[in-house]
Design a binder for this molecule. Structure first.
Ligand SMILES: Cc1ncc(COP(=O)(O)O)c(C=O)c1O
Length: 400
């Protein structure tokens, strides 16, 4: 007897294009898509090795660092987080994690799994930590590592880090920063802010697909790894071994995801061609327009004031709007993806991202127009056209 297998038709294999205005992934820049069609080279091909070095050099420029140990991990942002923690932390080490949202919680969980003695400094979701509060916590805990999120994607809150590195040095603690949602959108100054270790991702501000986690470690972090008493508990994420591939030795560790590195290289080129300051200003400008439109529609965000990130807005859902049905309508009728809430804000916020390539006026106008229609259909009172008009007024007053 012969059995027949049916495969999906070609049409079924092609997903409908979406406008990705959630917390990430965001849309790929067309030049990144083009770069990904470049023929695959071997991971030790001299041309590829050159391309790796170029990518690392551009990563240093975007992270604003001279750190030798700067490379993309073959994993998503969480893999970057895990790499930093598993290398810096030995079982029994005291670690202080600052939690004001979902991703702070993830950092604490990973530190715990690395065998650390985890101490937590909690802040309400949507708020950020003051330097005084962190000084008290450092004095109390005396941790080896302090971990904190620069841009908390679950709340849209921006954490100021400019003086935290100096403070950590006073207490001989290493500063580890989650830059997953900040890199390529808001300033990240590794050297100037004395950050010892930081990681990010490819799929948000860099407008690449998910799959790489750029990271950078400074001399104090490298020294802490050198002084470990026990081997790193992860083989794949062991930075000393990874550095023997990415550094001068060029020893095979794992088969690098060649196409993703082409993508990252192009994403970084785009950032540097635009210029970091111009890119940050672009994110601020489109965020101002979005916020004006949201306000005109009577909507509020979870995080307010100067802590509001330009690249991620957690919009509180008005009464009468069903989270799942509303997002389904945005997706199916308008082709727009926004994110739902996480943790304690599940069902209570929609997370709108304007990241990298998607920080532009037509994304702002499309989401405001679609939101207005969906909200009005749910019976929310709003002046039709007011969101788009408010955004337009911002653009008129701040020409690019
Ligand atoms: C602040 C933050 N940290 C870590 C992560 C985890 O990254 P990934 O989903 O790429 O593993 C995310 C993902 O959205 C994030 O926003």
């Amino acid at each position: 007897m012969t059995s027949t297998t049916t495969y999906p038709s070609a049409g079924q294999l092609n997903p409908t294009p979406r406008l990705l205005l959630g917390p990430g992934p965001s849309d790929l820049h067309p030049r990144v898509i083009a770069a990904m069609t470049t023929p695959v080279l071997g991971h030790l091909d001299p041309q590829f090795l050159l391309l790796m070095s170029e990518t690392q050099e551009m990563l240093r420029s975007v992270f604003k660092t001279r750190n030798e140990l700067t490379l993309p991990i073959s994993a998503t942002g969480s893999g970057g987080m895990e790499t930093c923690l598993v290398n810096l932390v030995e079982p029994g080490d005291r670690v202080l994690i600052c939690i004001a949202g979902y991703f702070g919680e993830r950092m604490a969980e990973i530190a715990h799994r690395c065998g650390a003695e985890v101490h937590v400094e909690q802040e309400s979701w949507g708020r950020t930590f003051s330097l005084d509060r962190l000084r008290d916590a450092l004095r109390r805990v005396r941790p080896k590592v302090l971990g904190i999120v620069n841009a908390e994607t679950s709340t849209g809150a921006w954490q100021d880090l400019s003086s935290l590195g100096a403070l950590c040095r006073e207490f001989d603690a290493l500063l580890l920063v989650d830059c997953v949602t900040s890199l390529g959108c808001t300033p990240v100054e590794i050297d100037a802010w004395q950050i010892d270790a930081a990681f990010s991702c490819s799929q948000k501000g860099l407008s690449c697909p998910p799959g790489l986690a750029p990271l950078t470690l400074g001399p104090r972090a490298v020294e802490a790894i050198r002084r470990r008493k026990s081997p790193v508990r992860s083989w794949y994420f062991d930075l000393t071994a990874l550095q023997s591939y990415w550094g001068t030795e060029r020893v095979y560790h794992h088969t690098a995801p060649i196409t993703m590195i082409y993508a990252l290289r192009e994403g970084l080129r785009l950032v540097l061609e635009e210029g970091l300051e111009a890119r940050y200003e672009r994110h601020q400008r489109h965020a101002r327009a979005l916020q004006a439109g949201l306000q005109a529609l009577g909507l509020r965000t979870l995080t307010e004031g100067h802590c509001q990130l330009p690249q991620l807005h957690a919009v509180l859902l008005p009464d009468g709007v069903n989270d799942v049905q509303g997002r389904k309508r945005l997706l199916e009728e308008f082709g727009i993806e926004v994110g739902g809430g996480l943790g304690q804000y599940k069902g209570r916020v929609w997370r709108i991202g304007l990241m990298g390539y998607n920080s532009r006026a037509n994304c702002v106008f499309q989401i405001l127009a679609a939101l207005e229609k969906v909200l009005a259909d749910c019976g929310v009172r709003c002046h039709r056209g007011s969101g788009v008009a408010a955004a337009e007024a911002v653009y008129a007053n701040s020409p690019s």
